[in-house]
Ligand binder design. Structure first.
Ligand code: NDP
Length: 489
């Protein structure tokens, strides 16, 4: 589709076990498809539960003995920072593979996701030897202290929307702290995780410290949650899947952390810079094709500026035409699959049926006659009880609602089972901070949207999950505390 001659690295399509790519024990494979063309990219090995057992046994051994277990934290950190440099130098190659597998614009995958994944690796690589316990002078006859120790074998289960970046938020802190990781990538986007296994080996990671087992979530993901050899599950995905993982993990009292869905409110007050807010609203919903857990999918606008803001938003949305994801100028790629496009189309129908006003988009689209594309879609006159205001669509569909005053803005903003993110646009500092405090969300942006830093924690309130990725809170997620009492008498 693109006029450029793309160069893609040699794909890796086998399981990654104990430092080697190997077929699954059954020999079964599944297809991964480019959603922008409908063409099969590769046939990927499908893990069986016995492959998972092998992955867990290898990860256990690497955790308990061998070079990984014996390594000083600073050495572990150096492997990660080396991996960060390698990934950054191959951002374009990895970006191409991510774009083929997921349909997101190459601009996003090569210029944003991969550099962000490398930055995350570097951040945690540099943190590896900066974890401290406590000592406290409680008694004259003893010395009391705490140690922070790795939790053991971490099972990471990841979604398809930011395949490598989401995985990195788990892999980087877990490895930095001396854990080992068994990763199950989403079945529709397994390719960059497998490539990354090769890169980690090149950076010096010993065998067993990182294992990759692509396979169906209902089989392999579930078996990971139940597995007695896995000490912690770090999951990102749908809230309903998260609930089933929690139930499955209960049998072994595993540690669990969950990054789940969202229906994030983006509040625009009358005193905001409307041009900036319109641009922010577009970025909030159409970045990543709206397949973003933190997407600003509900735009809440103060009555007096409603028309002025919506006009600007619709103008911009109409210019967001779907394009070839491999073209560096494209800003709206293909949805991840036909199935996801059907889901999105179903929500658009629900919006129309329930009386919302369609102002832009609303249709399936194609590029050169192919692909799971969908137009940038804006609904107005949405009410909080409508399906498109309540449920996570995970596509390029914006629901716009009105509010009269600050109290109503916060009330509508919080009228959701989710609590992942929110944003506030205003020039009034006190109003911004008041509202930020009242919004029940794990992240609140003020006068911006969708900005991330590896040092700033990310995670949900309410049914958007618990636990935090990134920053020093992530270090706590992948360690456990041991108390030591030393008798001095
Ligand atoms: P899913 O929950 O369907 O899948 C996520 C992962 O879980 C996949 O690897 C999947 O495997 C696996 N899985 C599926 N069923 C089970 C099961 N029963 N037990 C264990 N693992 C299972 O989500 P999607 O991949 O469809 O991602 C989209 C969803 O993820 C959206 O709802 C979005 O909001 C949420 N999300 C949340 C984020 C956050 O940070 N809070 C970030 C990104 C996405 P398989 O692919 O084989 O089905």
């Amino acid at each position: 589709m693109s006029t450029e001659a793309p160069t893609t690295p040699k794909l890796r399509t086998d399981l990654f076990l104990d430092g080697k790519f190997v077929p699954s024990s059954s020999g079964k494979r599944f297809a991964t498809v480019n959603p922008a063309t409908g063409e099969t990219i590769a046939q990927v090995a499908e893990a069986e539960t016995e492959d998972l057992d092998r992955a867990v046994a290898g990860a256990r051994q690497a955790f308990e003995s061998g070079p990984w277990a014996a390594m000083k934290p600073r050495q572990r950190g150096r492997i990660l920072t080396r991996a960060a440099e390698l990934l950054l130098s191959r951002a374009e190659d990895f970006g191409r593979v991510e774009t083929m597998d997921n349909g997101k614009p190459i601009f996003e995958s090569a210029k944003i996701d991969m550099p962000a994944a490398a930055e995350c690796l570097a951040y945690f690589g540099e943190s590896a030897d900066k974890l401290y316990g406590d000592t406290f002078p409680a008694r004259p006859d003893a010395m009391l202290l705490t140690l922070r120790e790795p939790v053991g074998v971490v099972g990471a289960i990841t979604p398809w929307n930011f395949p490598l970046l989401q995985a990195m938020w788990k892999i980087a802190p877990a490895l930095a702290l001396g854990n080992t990781v068994v990763l199950k990538p989403a079945s529709v986007t397994p390719l960059t995780s497998l490539l990354f296994a090769e890169l980690l080996t090149e950076a010096g990671l010993p065998p067993g410290a990182f294992q990759v087992v692509p396979g169906p979530g209902a089989v392999i993901g579930r078996a990971m949650a139940e597995h007695p050899g896995i000490d912690k599950i770090s999951f990102t995905g749908e809230t309903e899947t998260g609930k089933s993982i929690l139930r499955a993990a209960a049998g072994t009292v595993k540690r669990v952390s969950m990054e789940l869905g969202g229906k994030s409110p983006n509040l625009v007050f009358a005193d905001a810079d409307l041009d900036a807010a319109a641009k922010g609203a577009i970025n909030a919903i159409f970045y990543g094709k709206g397949e973003l857990c933190s997407a600003g999918s509900r735009l809440l606008v103060e009555d007096s500026v409603h028309d002025a803001l919506i006009e600007r938003v619709v103008d911009r949305a109409k210019k967001m035409t779907p394009g070839d994801p491999m073209n560096p100028k494209t800003r709206l790629g293909a949805l991840v699959s036909e199935k996801q496009r059907d889901t999105v189309a179903g929500y658009v129908e629900a919006g129309k049926r329930e009386g919302a006003r369609l102002l832009a988009g609303g249709n399936r689209a194609s590029v050169e006659g192919k692909g799971a594309f969908f137009e940038a879609t804006v609904f107005d006159e949405v009410t909080p009880s409508m399906t498109i205001a309540r449920e996570e669509i995970f596509g390029p569909v914006l629901a716009t609602l009105r509010f009269r005053d600050e109290a109503e803005a916060v009330a509508i903003g919080n009228s959701t089972i989710y609590g992942l993110a929110a944003a506030v646009w205003t020039r009034d500092v006190k109003k911004a901070l008041r509202t930020a405090k009242q919004l029940k969300a794990g992240t609140v942006w003020i006068n911006t949207y969708n900005f991330y830093d590896p040092g700033l924690p990310f995670g949900g309130y309410k049914e958007s999950g618990f636990g935090r990725e990134r920053g020093r809170y992530a270090l706590e997620e992948y360690t456990q505390v041991k108390s030591v009492w030393i008798d001095l008498t």
